[in-house]
Design a protein around this ligand. Structure first.
Ligand SMILES: [Zn+2]
Length: 231
């Protein structure tokens, strides 16, 4: 089992196979925190990105392994979590991060809000997932045909509090108003880039980045293919 970075990688865990997993299970019963103690160190931003890219490739090819989705896995992480990456995605029902990246329980710290906008509470959640839980990658994931972005582009009049997150997208829409191409898709990408800029206002996050312990990235999720493209 590789522990080069102190973290038991998902692939290493999968390689254990059924028999070893039973053995791991029984050892866990004797030492409840054994797994947690071995996974105190997070994986690097580059390795975290690689895990996401490989998982998404399996999703796109319809070869999902659906790892870490058993009650055994839950028992292994019940007292301590060390998600290897943090995702800020839209609350859209077609964007479930664990499925799109073919991971499971304890793997991702996911913040979902319509339009994947960064509010103080979202920023705080991501500060928590990185500074406290040790995640070294934050991916802001926009997606094709986002209703929130569409409302911002069309300047739709909305009821209730719906306008709160639509307003948060409008500065991004203004940037690409006169750009050629698909105006909705341009706005989706511009929104990811804009929200990254908002996130960069966090002193805590920028300090982690300067120390080499965090990378902030943006991505676009294609609803037609399932593919996530890093932007
Ligand atoms: Zn959306």
């Amino acid at each position: 089992m590789s522990r080069t970075n102190g973290f038991i990688g998902r692939r290493d865990f999968l390689k254990l196979g059924g028999g070893a997993m039973v053995a791991l299970s029984s050892s866990l019963m004797q030492v409840p925190n054994a797994f947690a103690q071995e996974s105190l160190q997070p994986i690097s931003p580059a390795l975290a990105l690689q895990e996401l890219v490989e998982g998404n490739k399996r999703f796109v090819e319809d070869k999902r392994r659906s790892p870490h989705q058993s009650l055994l896995r839950l028992a292994q992480i019940a007292t301590e979590q060390h998600p290897f990456a943090s995702i800020l995605s839209c609350a859209d029902s077609r964007v479930p991060a664990e499925m799109v990246f073919d991971v499971g329980l304890g793997d991702l710290f996911v913040v979902r809000i319509a339009g994947n906008v960064v509010s103080p509470r979202v920023m705080g959640s991501l500060e928590y997932s990185t500074k406290i839980l040790g995640s070294q990658l934050i991916l802001i994931l926009g997606h094709e045909r986002c209703g929130a972005v569409t409302a911002a582009v069309d300047n739709t009049i909305v009821e209730g509090e719906i306008g709160t997150f639509v307003e948060d997208i409008k500065p991004a829409v203004a940037r690409v108003k006169n750009i050629d191409g698909d105006r909705m898709d341009n706005a989706v990408i511009a929104n990811v880039q804009y929200q990254l800029e908002v996130l960069n206002k966090s002193k805590l996050l920028t300090q982690l980045v300067s120390e080499g312990n965090l990378q902030l990235m943006g991505g676009r999720y294609d609803l037609d293919t399932g593919e996530v493209t890093i932007i």
